[in-house]
Design a protein around this ligand. Structure first.
Ligand code: CDP
Length: 218
């Protein structure tokens, strides 16, 4: 199978919270010279915008309205990275109205030459089902909770591993069991378990996966 066209080269990275997909996607994008879209930021921004204005995050219609009106500056807020915004994101992400409103933006980003790296939960399954490379990055819930706990401790925060583990499991459950675009590996995704890999080793493994797919594409 040889493809010599100039169509964009798209890398889809999906996986559960704290599996290391954000860091990996960013590093991979840099190495490949492609732009990177952290799609979680879109959901985080909607959750945060609604919460700061005191709106009900379970109101699907209203959340859809926020998603349709999302502006680039909303993604530049400095309060989107933390755990709280992640929780808010996973609550608004269950609404089909929200997901539908964000599809075009994500697909347009992926369709521009020379391609892109997108990370999220449904990139390989829903947003870019024809992506050239699909990597499902995962790690055990215990390892992911330990990483998140260590990150927070390093920032001087007072955290409890057991609580973080419980939150990690709750978020996995919500993401995997929602009716629309539940978290799961695409049938043609390569699963990359980072439980025993540090950042450099995970990047090396991902680059090897990309190289193999590129060779197959021609
Ligand atoms: O790094 P972490 O996984 O905690 O955060 P994230 O990737 O920013 O995602 C936050 C939440 O947004 C997830 O738990 C999902 O519920 C939701 N999300 C989604 O549903 N679809 C995406 N493509 C990206 C994020």
């Amino acid at each position: 199978m040889t493809d010599t066209s100039n169509r964009p080269f798209v890398v889809a990275i999906d996986g559960p919270a704290a599996a290391g997909k954000g860091t990996l996607a960013q590093a991979l994008a840099e190495r490949l010279g492609l732009p990177h879209l952290d799609t979680g930021l879109l959901y985080r921004a909607i959750g945060k915008l609604m919460a700061v204005r005191g709106f009900d995050l379970d109101d699907a219609e209203l959340a859809g309205e926020f998603a349709r009106n999302l502006a680039p500056e909303d993604l530049r807020r400095d309060d989107l990275r933390g755990r709280e915004a992640g929780e808010l994101a996973s609550r608004v992400a269950v609404h089909p109205e929200v997901r539908a409103a964000l599809v075009d933006f994500q697909r347009t980003f992926a369709a521009r030459a020379p391609g892109a790296v997108l990370d999220g939960r449904d990139i390989g399954t829903v947003i870019c089902p024809d992506a050239d490379v699909k990597i499902y990055v995962t790690a055990s819930a215990e390892v992911r909770a330990r990483r998140r706990t260590d990150e927070l401790l390093a920032k001087g925060r007072d955290v409890d591993y057991a609580r973080i583990l419980e939150e990690t499991r709750d978020r996995d459950h919500r993401d995997a069991n929602r009716a629309v675009a539940p978290l799961r590996p695409a049938d043609d995704a390569v699963v990359l378990d980072t439980s025993d890999l540090d950042r450099d080793a995970a990047l090396a493994a991902a680059l090897a996966i990309v190289a193999a797919k590129r060779a197959a594409r021609g």
